[in-house]
Design a binder for this molecule. Structure first.
Ligand code: GDP
Ligand code: GDP
Length: 455
């Protein structure tokens, strides 16, 4: 397979710290691609490596140890220099159980004089025996060491996080996307779609928001043009201006005859509006409550990975408003798992009630939808979640969940690594997803979770 050029990551360290073990883990099943390069030196191994989707060429400098174990002879230094030429990052491996040795310190001093960015890997940290070594590793003055166990595959997500800023933007063109590196800009125009059944009040709402008659409204459905998008500036109650791009599909009204086939069509129309949106407001009609068609649209919005909010419109004519609101809230929380906690508001397109709150909430929801949790915090949460409710042991064999990492945003996407994952019940996945949404600030935005088996 012809690949684009891979960024290069060199593994450096004194003998016996676990460089080869780390190399083998990173290269994994791709070991077949290892090139011994006998013409260059017998001291280096090259392998195409992957780490949670991040691709690079790993260079193992094992083999240098046939020199004097506790010295850094000139030949070794020369070799290292060659390895580092053109490298994008160096992994400086120490044995955290042993702590820093004089040779580690010498290598560290020397590395600081090199141009390449260095990540200190505190290896053999699978038990608390490595704790002291991690503290010592800070004294190298080369940033936060990454605690790992190359042998047991622990800390891989942290290594990923450390490498990402160094080589994330150097992925070959043909590599699949790793993570979205763009930081969301909270002041960027909000792409907002208003969806809902015919007659829920979408056009009235949009007109009210824009305060001009850009759309035709009327009691009878089906009088407007195709979908539109309007750029518009909303002035918040605090007097700030926010950019909003409002998306609406006229087709939702056009095809509005209440029969089964056409109801399905209106879901398809909502989908087109949802395509353009970051946040979607599903408008309910207070005179009708929550109906099956609404749930279908809500479900579709979640499936498409958009941030959903629900607004009960026509609040001005709602009978028994509080029991209506509570009834809808309960139906949402007890119905589809994904709808639990979805923001629910009461509005009136006619009077304008609740519309500022709705838009403020839409901006907040977009922030949740764009949120990224650092791997360390995520794994602290993960450990707690696992001990509070350990994964089951079907047939007496425990399913092992090792670590979790967030691989994307908008919507938030996570990968959990472990073994025997095909036996993990979906109820347990749901437990994790609900916990992520509840505990890590994702509110009610849809969260994607993928399981990946490690060996
Ligand atoms: P290198 O000389 O730096 O390439 O080190 P190796 O990869 O050959 O590993 C040296 C020794 O350390 C071997 O016995 C490995 O099994 C062991 N080792 C490597 N990584 C770990 C680890 O994460 N934990 C523990 N306990 N031992 C490890
Ligand atoms: P659409 O098909 O979803 O675009 O719905 P329309 O905007 O055309 O509204 C359908 C009907 O509901 C019209 O008669 C509107 O005047 C009425 N309507 C919309 N919003 C409200 C509201 O907040 N209160 C009341 N009382 N009527 C509303």
């Amino acid at each position: 397979m012809v690949r684009g050029k891979l960024p290069q990551v060199v593994i450096i360290g004194r003998p016996n710290v676990g460089k080869s073990t780390l190399f083998n883990r990173l290269v994994g099943q791709r070991l077949a691609l290892v090139d011994d390069q006998p013409g260059v030196t017998r001291d280096r191994r090259f392998g195409s490596a992957g780490l949670l989707g991040l691709e690079f060429e790993a260079v193992d400098t094992a083999g240098w140890e046939d020199d004097e174990p506790e010295s850094l002879p000139g030949r070794m230094r020369a070799q290292t220099e060659v390895s580092l030429k053109g490298a994008d990052a160096a992994l400086f491996v120490i044995d955290a159980r042993v702590g820093l040795t004089p040779l580690d310190e010498e290598i560290g001093r020397w590395l600081r004089g090199q141009a390449v960015p260095v990540i200190v890997v505190a290896n053999k940290c699978e038990s608390t025996a490595g704790d002291a070594g991690i503290m010592e590793a800070y004294s190298l003055g080369m940033g936060d060491p990454v605690p790992m166990s190359a042998e047991h595959g622990e800390g891989v997500a942290d290594l990923f996080e450390a490498l990402l800023p160094l080589i994330g933007d150097k992925q070959p063109d043909d590599a699949p996307p790793v993570v979205e590196l763009d930081e969301p800009d909270p002041t960027a125009p909000l792409h907002l779609a208003i969806v809902g059944r015919p007659n829920a009040g979408k056009s009235t709402l949009i007109n009210r928001l824009l305060q001009e008659d850009r759309l035709l409204t009327g009691p009878e459905a089906g009088i407007t043009r195709d979908s539109i998008a309007v750029d518009w500036e909303w002035t918040t109650p605090e007097g700030e201006t926010r950019q909003i791009k409002l998306v609406d599909t006229a087709g939702m009204r056009k095809k509005a005859k209440v029969n089964d086939k056409l109801e399905r069509l209106s879901v398809a129309d909502a989908r087109r509006a949802v395509d353009y949106a970051e946040v979607v407001v599903l408008l309910l009609d207070a005179t009708r409550g929550l109906e099956v068609q609404d749930l279908k649209i809500a479900n579709m919005v979640i499936e498409e990975g958009r941030a959903l909010m629900i607004a009960i419109n026509k609040w001005d004519v709602a009978e028994d408003p509080s029991s209506l609101f509570n009834g809808v809230r309960t139906a949402l929380d007890e119905g589809l798992a994904q709808l639990k906690g979805v923001p629910l508001l009461a509005v009136s397109a006619m009077t304008g009630k609740g519309l500022d709150q709705m838009l403020s909430a839409a901006f907040r929801v977009r922030e949740d939808w764009s949120r990224r949790v650092p791997t360390s915090a995520l794994n602290r949460w993960f450990d707690d979640a696992l001990s509070a409710n350990p994964p089951p042991a079907p047939g007496g064999k425990r399913i092992k969940l090792r670590y979790i990492t967030q691989v994307g945003t908008r919507p938030p996407r996570f990968v959990v690594f472990g073994t025997r994952l095909s036996d993990l019940p979906t109820s347990y996945e749901r437990y994790l997803v609900n916990g992520i949404r509840r505990d890590l600030g994702f509110g009610a935005v849809p969260v994607r979770l993928t399981l990946k088996s490690t060996k």
